[in-house]
Design a protein. Structure first.
Length: 135
């Protein structure tokens, strides 16, 4: 399922929807697969304005997360298996209203997704753009 904000969907509702999908997949016996994408804030040559551009994407398997999401939560922790290097790592899926991009942010300090494709001093964000699972 694509996890971009729907029409009139708030970031809080998107967070709840993402958590519900991941939790349902665990409940149905399949650890969900999460798509993480690195986006860079780049200038359009024609218009001289900035926009987010996908520089690289990657899939990880979520192996642990909280069963429940607090009503006022702005994030939830995940533990994931990263096939690049065979590592187990921790991250946080969180509301990211500051970027203006219609997806949830991911704080995953151990992830190298797309970092090598950034220009020096270029702003970037890591987002959760989709999940695969047993929904």
């Amino acid at each position: 399922e694509v996890l971009l904000k729907r029409n009139r969907e708030s970031q809080h509702k998107l967070l709840k929807r993402a958590h519900a999908r991941l939790a349902r997949s665990f409940k149905n016996g399949l650890p969900p697969i999460m798509s993480m994408q690195r986006l860079a804030r780049r200038r359009h040559q024609e218009s001289d304005s900035f926009a987010w551009h996908v520089v690289h994407g990657h899939f990880v398997t979520v192996i642990a997360m909280p069963d429940k999401l607090d009503r006022k939560a702005t994030s939830f922790r995940v533990r994931y298996a990263d096939p690049w290097g065979g590592r187990i790592a921790d991250g946080v899926v969180r509301i990211d209203e500051g970027s203006g991009y219609p997806a949830l942010g991911v704080h995953a300090p151990q992830s190298e997704v797309g970092r090598d494709r950034l220009k020096p001093n270029e702003s970037s964000i890591l987002v959760c753009s989709a999940v695969l699972g047993a929904f």
